[in-house]
Design a binder for this molecule. Structure first.
Ligand code: SF4
Length: 200
């Protein structure tokens, strides 16, 4: 069976051997980060959609889990873009869990943590790895170049709300350090102030 939505397992420093699920079309994202290894975002959008049928993704995962040996350390939902744009993310996590006891991670840029439905979906994951690259709106816009309509304060509040809501798993926060842009002692101190309330 050739796969459209499943890839790997790939070696990941953070997640060991990681079997990936990509629930969105390539380069579909609500950010266009200056450091993105995929280049500039082709499809800059903040619209959540069921881009691919949930049943098709789960059928591929089911098949992959039967053939991948040894089993992966994690299932990671990410792809070449932003996975929280997948409207049925919560159903995807629950469906994957019915197929396997392997821990399920979601790697997100965190923009949609401002939405209660996205927080509820992410609360189902065993690990949520979210980005937080800038403690101020100005730096955020310079580094992540978000889709119009994404508000920095709402995103930051969403991260705090997610950190303190009942959820199944761990919250990891990742910051991409960019020389001369967000690596000054002042910026790191501001970031520390935000993240100490998040307690990742
Ligand atoms: S959030 Fe991720 S996929 Fe989207 S532009 Fe930034 S680095 Fe690329």
């Amino acid at each position: 069976m050739s796969y459209h939505y499943i890839y790997g397992p790939i070696p990941s420093r953070r997640l060991g051997r990681s079997l990936g699920i990509s629930p969105i079309p390539d380069k579909t994202c609500n950010f266009s980060c200056i450091y993105c290894m995929l280049g500039r975002t082709d499809h800059l959008t903040n619209e959540r959609e069921e881009y691919f049928k949930l049943e098709d993704i789960l059928a591929e995962l089911d098949d992959a889990l039967r053939h991948v040996s040894p089993p992966p350390d994690h299932i990671s939902i990410v792809g070449n873009g932003e996975p929280t744009l997948y409207l049925r993310l919560g159903d995807l996590i629950r469906g994957a869990r019915e197929l396997t006891s392997i821990p399920i991670a979601v790697i997100t840029n965190g923009a949609l943590l401002s939405e209660p439905a996205v927080r509820e979906a992410l609360a189902e994951a065993d690990i949520v790895l979210t980005s937080f690259n800038a403690p101020t709106e100005e730096l955020f816009r310079r580094i992540d170049r978000p889709c119009p309509g994404i508000a920095f304060e709402a995103m930051k509040q969403g991260l705090l709300d997610f950190a303190h809501m009942p959820r199944r798993g761990q919250l990891w926060v990742e910051m991409m350090l960019l020389e001369g842009i967000n690596d000054s002692p002042e910026t790191l101190e501001q970031t520390r102030w935000v993240l100490q309330d998040v307690e990742p």
